[in-house]
Ligand binder design. Structure first.
Ligand code: ADP
Length: 404
């Protein structure tokens, strides 16, 4: 018996070792996929930058610059997806449930996918005739992320003029729980039998002649699956090569009373006028300074630069009341970082110490970073790379320059 016990023990150790080895292997293959997939768009960026620098032809230059922009976005998507997945897998990301009307969840999804549907002349059908458009307790952004991912895949892998359907259906209701079925169906290129079982694995993409020109991180569906699991939901896929695909997500959602209070409708686009604003920009990176400055000057904003937090603090303290309308603050800077500089500004004796808008612009774009910025006394945190329109709107909002 002792012998048998020992043998079982050895087997357990062997199994554990195998699992550890497999985990390690999948981690390094994950890393090598990430770095491969990052080098590809980076290669395009550097290559086109060089070509753009060498050509005298303005139209060709424009074309190269547009391609640099596209590859940059691909790289950004990949970085965001990788971090997102990593945060989900390590359990750092949790669901943030909040009351929301089902109609708002759906509206956000439709708004996000409309432009790509239009660009590809897709015949789009939305059907919520069997849905209960009630108020629900939901992580709206995450549900939207799931459905936007599935719908953009459907559009991506369906040729021009094809058909994509989005069906929201309530398949049952009990004890205040709505059982929802969300279907995304397309009549596009479809998925092969061999590939189908691997479809939710990270970095798997079916590479065929039909998909060779389509970009993507190969992480979208992995994230979708993890999110659905987090919501204790269920996802199914059916597909046939050349015929099309169908992804079905089942979610159980808590129904809430019909009357919801304080609805936030602040997502709409605004028009604004930034002309004549004077902004103090604290940023140590010369390229980032140049870019932000040029983007702001185009809107008629005057930009005064400080190369670190200390310099920013001194310029603010020496300024006349009203000389600066707002401060843009990088976080990681030498001498005084953005948090320290903000705290010093807020506790200074300057008349505007407490009410000058301070907006963080930082590559630290995690939720904790955003929280920390707000705690340090900043009014808002924008992640880098920032979207210029978002920067304009944010400045307009805090400097009271919104027209509507
Ligand atoms: P990607 O960023 O490559 O789209 P995903 O994880 O979203 O990554 O999808 C993985 C792969 O699954 C895709 O590369 C594609 O081969 C296949 N796929 C996903 N959705 C569809 C669809 N609706 N039709 C055909 N193939 C699809």
């Amino acid at each position: 018996a002792a012998f048998r016990q020992e043998k079982a023990q050895t087997q357990r150790i062997k199994d554990a070792l195998l699992i550890a080895e497999q985990a390690n292997e999948s981690k390094s293959s994950f890393l090598s996929s990430v770095s491969h997939d990052m080098r590809t768009p980076l290669n395009a960026i550097l290559g086109y930058a060089r070509l753009a620098g060498e050509t005298q032809d303005v139209r060709q230059k424009d074309d190269y610059v547009a391609k640099i922009g596209l590859a940059g976005h691909t790289l950004l998507d990949l970085i965001n997806d990788t971090l997102d997945l990593q945060k989900i897998e390590t359990g750092v990301s949790t669901l943030k449930l909040a009351p929301a009307p089902c109609a708002d969840v759906v509206k956000g999804i439709l708004t996000a996918v409309k432009p790509m549907i239009a660009a590809k002349h897709i015949n789009f059908v939305f059907d919520n005739s069997k849905a209960i458009m009630a108020n629900i307790n939901v992580d709206m952004l995450r549900v939207q992320e799931i459905m936007i991912n599935l719908l953009s895949n459907a559009v991506k892998y369906t040729p021009e003029g094809g058909r994509v359907e989005f069906v929201v259906e309530c398949v049952g209701q009990d004890h205040g729980i709505i059982h929802d079925k969300l279907v995304v169906r397309d009549n596009g290129i479809g998925i092969s039998k061999e590939f189908l079982p691997k479809i939710f694995d990270p970095f798997t993409q079916e590479r065929t002649a039909a998909t060779a020109h389509i970009g993507g991180s190969g992480l979208g569906l992995t994230i979708v699956k993890r999110l659905v699991d987090m919501m204790h939901g269920h996802i199914e896929v059916r597909s046939e090569l050349g015929k099309g695909s169908e992804f079905i997500v089942y979610l159980d959602l808590e129904r809430l009373p019909d009357q919801l209070t304080d609805k936030d409708q602040s997502e709409e686009r605004h028009t604004f006028d930034l002309k004549g604003l004077r902004i103090l920009m604290c940023e140590d990176n010369a390229m980032n300074t140049e870019i932000a400055k040029a983007l702001l000057q185009k809107q008629g904003v005057e930009v005064i630069c400080a190369a670190n937090g200390q310099e920013g603090l001194e310029k603010f303290n020496a300024s006349a009341p009203g000389e600066f309308d707002a401060i843009l603050m990088d976080i990681r800077m030498p001498v005084l970082d953005g948090y320290q500089a903000t705290a010093a500004i807020r506790s200074s004796r300057h008349v505007r110490a407490l009410n000058i808008p301070i907006i963080a612009i930082s590559a630290d774009a995690y939720e904790e970073d955003v929280k920390r910025s707000l705690q340090a006394g900043m009014n808002m945190h924008l992640g880098k790379p920032f979207n210029p329109d978002q920067l304009y709107e944010t400045l307009a909002k805090f400097c009271h320059r919104l027209d509507n």
